[in-house]
Design a binder for this molecule. Structure first.
Ligand code: ADP
Ligand code: MG
Length: 664
């Protein structure tokens, strides 16, 4: 295939500029789609403002006067009669048109209107009145030195000479089925649409193509995963497992039981488990994962549970130990702050198999960590980890089953794409006795009410979280910082209550110490940055006050809010902000995480939902999965059908699609 530098008009300088905006091949170039279009309708003179673009039909009223300047420059002037009045037209360097621009000729003039002078400086004159009512101009993401016009020219040159070579990722049977135009025609149309209807049609076709290729890959990965004998052989002692489940001091919800059932069946099946356990904050995913770990243990394998923060790893470890009291299962905790001596003891135990379960942070995926027979890997708050880190952990064992947990409910389109290669268990139901958390948006001027509310709760022996977005004033001076908040709280509550701080820059041990004090009830007011966002569980904490709430996405706020309302007492969450209150009020109304994530998704895209780590995986050129759910579903269905159709196994396209996955 020809290269970018072969395209007429692209020299070394423009090549470098194209590379700069990520265009490296001819295919990149012709799929550099307009990010919007300027739709130009024919105007009347009075519709257009001064120095604005105008497209207008009319008849030439005066013979054009031609002026020639030095260096080949020339200019023509004439008067144009339009339905809304007479206007002067001047155009540069079109001397060659003069013979055709006779009095009485109908033309379309495209240019800029100067209202004072009543003159259009034309960029183009068309010798007939526009056959279409509108002209649609593509607008591209460009860069300095590379104009919209340059891009348009290069793209059209590339299409003219190499258009036939651009691969089409839609199999011919689907092209036929949907009556889609071929790739070259479609590309021509997307870059030079003739009508809005055509543009719409071809946009759908190109979106479908992109989603088809994407979903094909996902379906392929899923099928690979399911292939027989890929998992571990195991036998789970169900009586023992039942005994463990019965020992749990509360009644599991039916969603929890269902999830457990799905996980246990996956463990037993000879395919490898690749499952996402999703449930709103506080829905009780942890215990479900513990049951999975016990089932795994009962079939003779080691389990590893990875959490994104030390606080959370600690909490899981302590809970797990509690639940496992009375069994002889050996559990260890491995985090960044585990001492060297301890570490090497744990490494030995994992290697020789004397440790059955390990809970930890990223420390679990360090190179030195070797497992004897890792059978189950669980990552909590999975969206906090990059794809790469997850893969690292999975590769620690031979073919461990894998369970991901996420408390960020994922809008259904995203679930399909990001987690499309996984099976999903969903916990919707909350454990019994949980009450809705009252959420209120307050202004900074209402701080007195907030303090009073805090005081009421504290008096009732409950605890309070206070959240601030940043740690140090230096980061941005207008944000309330934790130390400031501590002083304020001290001032308000004198020495009646113990107040402490945790933040992200603290050493693990220091953080743990304070968290433990809070858990034990020795600290009543905990001031924190978002380190406590994920997973922390202190049922006696009933109130959360979030300062500068407008700085957070709704999903983050929902996660934070989920730290309260964990016991049986009524809980509340107060969002303090002087701006963006419309958005924040959504939190007052909605308490379902799924609904909130949809709202967030609409407002902010997926940035807040997944951190930055996964956004790279989601780069679509034309499809927009916020809007193209229907196309996505169809592409998913078709690509699966295509994948499973054995008759197409020798298709060049199919082989190409598969190769592109194994390479990536
Ligand atoms: P999340 O799904 O957010 O990770 P957790 O697993 O931390 O939630 O559970 C929140 C709290 O609810 C924990 O204290 C847990 O022990 C408790 N819990 C879980 N399941 C139940 C249940 N079925 N009944 C009562 N409490 C439960
Ligand atoms: Mg959790």
């Amino acid at each position: 295939m020809a290269e970018l530098k072969d395209v007429k008009g692209i020299g070394p300088k423009s090549l470098a500029l194209l590379n700069k905006i990520g265009i490296n091949t001819i295919e990149d170039l012709v799929t550099h789609y307009p990010f919007r279009y300027e739709i130009l309708r024919r105007n009347e003179l009075f519709e257009v403002g001064d120095k604005e673009k105008i497209i207008i039909d009319g008849k030439i009223e005066s013979m054009p006067i031609l002026m020639r300047f030095k260096a080949g420059l020339n200019k023509m002037n004439f008067r144009l009669v339009t339905p809304s009045g007479v206007v002067g037209v001047s155009i540069f360097n079109r001397a060659f048109l003069k013979s055709q621009l006779t009095v009485g000729t109908g033309v379309t003039v495209i240019g800029k209107l100067d209202k004072q002078k009543n003159v259009i400086t034309a960029s183009d004159i068309k010798l007939e009145t526009l056959s279409n009512k509108i002209k649609i101009e593509p607008v591209y993401h460009a860069t300095s030195g590379l104009t919209n016009k340059n891009l348009s020219t290069y793209i059209n040159m590339a299409l003219l000479f190499y258009g036939k070579e651009i691969p089409d990722y839609i199999p011919s049977e689907y092209l036929e089925k949907y009556n889609f135009s071929n790739k070259k025609t479609s590309l021509n149309l997307i870059h030079n649409p003739s009508t809005e209807e055509k543009l719409k049609e071809v946009t759908i076709r190109l979106k479908y193509e992109e989603l088809f290729a994407f979903m094909f890959k996902i379906n392929y990965l899923k099928a690979q995963n399911k292939k027989k004998n890929q998992g571990l052989e195991r036998n789970i002692d169900k009586d023992e497992l039942d005994k463990f489940i019965k020992s749990i001091p509360f009644e599991l919800t039916s969603d929890q039981l269902k999830a457990i059932d799905e996980i246990v069946s996956d463990l037993e099946a000879n395919h490898r488990m690749n499952r996402l356990l999703q449930g709103d904050v506080g829905s009780g995913k942890t215990i479900v994962s513990f049951v999975g770990m016990v089932a795994n243990y009962l079939s003779g394998y080691q389990s590893a549970l990875m959490a994104p923060t030390e606080i959370l790893a600690n909490q899981h470890y302590n809970n797990l130990i509690n639940f496992l009291k009375g069994t002889d299962i050996v559990v260890e905790l491995l985090t960044g702050s585990t001492t060297k001596k301890e570490k090497s003891r744990i490494y030995d135990g994992l290697k020789d198999g004397s440790i059955n379960m390990v809970v930890g942070t990223h420390a679990l995926i360090q190179e030195e960590v070797l497992y004897n027979n890792l059978g189950l890997v669980i990552t909590d708050e999975q969206h906090r980890f990059g794809v790469h880190q997850r893969a690292n952990l999975q590769n620690k064992g031979k073919r461990p089953d894998v369970l991901y947990m996420s408390a960020t409910p994922i809008p259904r389109t995203y679930a399909l794409t990001i987690f499309g290669d996984m099976d999903v268990s969903t916990i919707k139901e909350k454990p019994m006795g949980r009450q809705k958390i009252d959420t209120m948006v307050k202004k900074n001027s209402e701080i007195k009410d907030v303090l009073e509310l805090m005081y009421e709760e504290l008096k009732n022996k409950h605890q309070v979280y206070v959240i601030a977005p940043l740690i140090e004033e230096s980061e941005t001076s207008d944000l309330t910082n934790v130390n400031n908040l501590k002083d304020q709280m001290k001032l308000a509550f004198k020495d009646m209550y113990n107040i402490d701080i945790v933040h992200g820059k603290m050493a693990g041990a220091a953080k743990d110490m304070i968290m433990n004090k809070f858990k034990a009830g020795d600290v009543q007011i905990l001031i924190s940055t978002t380190v406590i966002e994920v997973g922390v569980d202190v049922p006696n904490a009933t109130t959360m006050v979030i300062f500068d709430a407008d700085r957070f996405g709704l999903s983050t706020l929902h996660q934070l809010r989920g730290r309260v309302g964990r016991g049986t007492s009524k809980s509340q969450c107060i969002l303090i902000s002087d701006s963006d209150t419309e958005r924040l009020k959504i939190m007052e109304r909605v308490d379902d995480g799924f609904e909130i994530s949809e709202e967030d998704f609409k407002l902010r895209g997926h940035g807040d939902l997944f951190g930055t780590k996964q956004s790279g995986d989601m780069a679509f050129k034309i499809a927009n999965i916020r809007e193209d759910y229907k196309i996505l579903l169809q592409a998913k269905k078709d690509s699966r059908e295509y994948l499973l159709n054995k008759d197409t196994n020798n298709d060049e396209l199919k082989i190409k699609l598969i190769n592109s996955i194994t390479k990536g």
